[in-house]
Design a protein around this ligand. Structure first.
Ligand SMILES: [Zn+2]
Length: 433
């Protein structure tokens, strides 16, 4: 296939950064070259055009191209239950989540919903997700199959829960171990797929189940681990009563070998000093989910502490307790959560946390999260001035900060024109606003 030259305003973070505000790289008139599924060059348009005279030009010079976004925590089966009214975490699980998740045992249903789910991701510019399916292996197969069909980087794995969960949504330690291992062998590192061991959260896994998952985590060192941690105070009290022998919530996971790099903990709103320390030592990752924390009234994530302790943080939607698939808006809510605590979260740091910062936390920056040559051509084409209001807001200046903050506060999926995955457009906006 002929090489493609994408001309646009470019914005990305080429390296790991503790200072996104100064380490950002952008081009007012830039270009990337896509060959097959990878980016092979980036630079000023004039230079790139000279070096690649035969590449097919796609002119997006009025628009911005950024890396495809990475959502580090969301629930595939909860796509259809966004915006269910009015409960806190534990009742919300009982009342809405568990009944919905039962449907995913059915292969046809799971496959149909995988299509819906991926379309929502792409419409919002997300090209990689750390995704919770359900306890059923059918839901894992449905997601990996849909992702494989389009060469997308998918990170997911069977949810494990064997206690304090409805009978028809429960497995056992033996089933969790056998199915997780079978699915690792079937999917992990096959194409762009990556497996994540997925105990839902400590209250729904027995000691035996956590132990077998810990064994798999040590046996398969590069698989991900994803779970929830310290989301809500009642939940923490419950964990303490279920595991009185452990020194707090994180120590439950730690005891079973589930705290390490590539372990991604959703929420972490109420960590203790010891837990912050331990997260830093282990270089485990936090997925900060502001819309979900506000929706369920869980609390305000203190991002400043993560910076002080040097714990890797990403931003994530946590759909369906989160209220949008849109990571720019999710950053906007994260900004407000920080405002309430007199803490700072700049637009550039926001973009970093949903692109290169997430890729670095997940040890994937060689392949996603930036526009560097050698990475997969996963990127988005963004029209920040998509409507009358944003046209006016951005008419006098269009710096990266202005653009990102307008995307966070005034925008939605209408600003995403195209989403490319592995060198092919998987989503094109139909209407012009
Ligand atoms: Zn969650």
């Amino acid at each position: 296939m002929k090489q493609q030259l994408i001309r646009a305003k470019l914005l990305h973070f080429p390296t790991a950064s503790a200072q996104p505000d100064t380490d950002v790289v952008w081009y007012r008139d830039g270009a990337i070259v896509v060959s097959e599924d990878k980016i092979v060059a980036i630079g000023e348009f004039a230079t790139i055009r000279r070096n690649y005279p035969d590449a097919r030009l796609r002119d997006y010079s009025q628009y911005w191209v950024m890396p495809g976004l990475i959502d580090s925590h969301l629930h595939f089966p909860q796509t259809e239950m966004l915006a269910c009214y009015g409960e806190q975490l534990l009742n919300w699980l009982e009342q809405y989540t568990f009944p919905t998740e039962r449907r995913f045992e059915d292969k046809t249903y799971a496959e149909a919903m995988a299509g819906v789910f991926l379309r929502q991701l792409f419409k919002n510019g997300t090209t990689t997700g750390l995704v919770y399916p359900t306890v059923h292996s059918t839901s894992v197969d449905a997601l990996f199959t849909a992702a494989t069909d389009i060469n997308m980087a998918m990170i997911t794995g069977k949810v494990c829960m064997d206690t304090n969960s409805p009978e028809n949504l429960s497995d056992t330690p033996q089933i969790a171990a056998a199915e997780s291992e079978r699915l690792i062998q079937k999917w992990h590192n096959k194409g762009r797929n990556l497996y994540a061991l997925t105990p839902r959260f400590a209250p729904t896994s027995s000691r035996e189940q956590l132990a077998v998952l810990g064994e798999l985590a040590s046996q398969y060192e590069d698989v991900f681990i994803q779970t929830h941690l310290s989301e809500n105070k009642k939940e923490i009290a419950w964990v303490n009563s279920l595991f009185p022998e452990r020194n707090g919530y994180l120590d439950v996971y730690d005891h079973y070998g589930l705290v390490r790099p590539r372990a991604v903990f959703g929420h972490c709103v109420h960590l203790t000093d010891n837990e912050w320390q331990r997260m830093a030592e282990a270089q485990a990752t936090i997925a900060f989910c502001p819309t979900s924390n506000l929706f369920l009234g869980s609390g305000l994530f203190p991002i400043q502490r993560a910076r002080e302790y040097n714990v890797p943080v990403t931003l994530a939607t946590d759909v369906g307790a989160g209220t949008t698939f849109n990571l720019f808006r999710t950053y906007g809510e994260g900004y407000k959560v920080c405002q309430l605590q007199q803490q700072r979260l700049s637009p550039l740091e926001g973009l970093y946390l949903i692109t290169q910062g997430a890729a670095c936390a997940h040890q994937l920056s060689h392949s996603i999260g930036n526009l560097n040559p050698g990475t997969y051509a996963d990127f988005i084409v963004v029209e920040p001035r998509f409507c009358e209001l944003t046209e006016h807001r951005l008419k006098s200046q269009e710096t990266p900060e202005d653009v990102l903050f307008a995307l966070a506060m005034l925008s939605d999926d209408r600003a995403i024109i195209e989403t490319w995955v592995a060198g092919k457009p998987q989503y094109k906006r139909q209407e012009k606003y």
